[in-house]
Design a protein around this ligand. Sequence first.
Ligand SMILES: [Zn+2]
Length: 56
Amino acid sequence: METNTQKKQEGKIVKVVCSGGEDGDGHPKIYLTIGANEQSISCPYCGKVFKKSSAL
Ligand SMILES: [Zn+2]
């Protein structure tokens, strides 16, 4: 029987997709994951910042 030790939910993981700017000169679509201990993440391509609170 497996024991899942990842049950703690101090924060939830948020996944976002970024494909660059809206002008069409973006970058390949990539998936970014905001970890449970992070509040935001910045896209390594375009530097756009995604925050958990503003997700959706
Ligand atoms: Zn980007």
